[in-house]
Design a protein around this ligand. Structure first.
Ligand code: FEO
Length: 169
């Protein structure tokens, strides 16, 4: 049983997860044009992960007998001045997501909804991993700066990322 307030807040987050996917798909397009296929792959996997986050919440709302309501989306940012800037924007975005997930958890705790708290715990942990992995890439990009060889090595490393659906974890 979810309160109307909790259903509405999770619905907003479903929307935000789909919007996150949209942002990362636009970042993939940027990296495709920059001829950095590994970074494009990383962003495509991120797109798929965000879609699966939205789907996981979507399923939770339906399973608890509630209704998902979708809204329109803003145009995502399509241009970046460098790979570093794109990943920095990604980190800033993930920090916003973390604060939104924390606010959802605060609401579930305030309402003493244990089922929702257990469900949201997965997203709390996921956000720690998301912020850590982007921070790691930013650190590497700062280290190589404009060095083409270093950039290619990071690109090759990011080509190895594969998709693990949120529903399978
Ligand atoms: Fe679904 Fe990147 O948080």
């Amino acid at each position: 049983m979810l309160s109307k307030k909790l259903v509405s807040a999770i619905n907003d987050q479903i929307q935000y997860e789909y919007y996150s996917a949209f942002i990362y798909k636009a970042m993939q397009a940027y990296f495709e044009e920059e001829d950095l296929p590994g970074m494009a792959n990383w962003m495509d996997i991120q797109f798929q992960e965000e879609m699966s986050h939205a789907e996981k919440m979507f399923a939770f709302v339906c399973e608890t007998g509630n209704r998902v309501l979708l809204q329109s989306m803003e145009t995502p940012r399509n241009e970046y001045s460098s790979p570093l800037e794109a990943f920095q924007v990604s980190l800033e975005h993930e920090q916003i997501v973390t604060s939104r997930i924390n606010a959802l958890m605060d609401l579930a705790q305030k309402e003493k909804n244990h089922g929702a708290q257990i469900f949201l715990q997965w997203f709390v942990t996921e956000q720690i991993e998301e912020e850590a992995s982007v921070s790691h890439i930013i650190a590497k990009l700062k280290r190589v700066k404009e060095d083409g060889r270093g950039m290619m090595m990071i690109d090759q490393e990011l080509a190895n990322r594969t998709f693990v659906p949120a529903t399978a974890e």
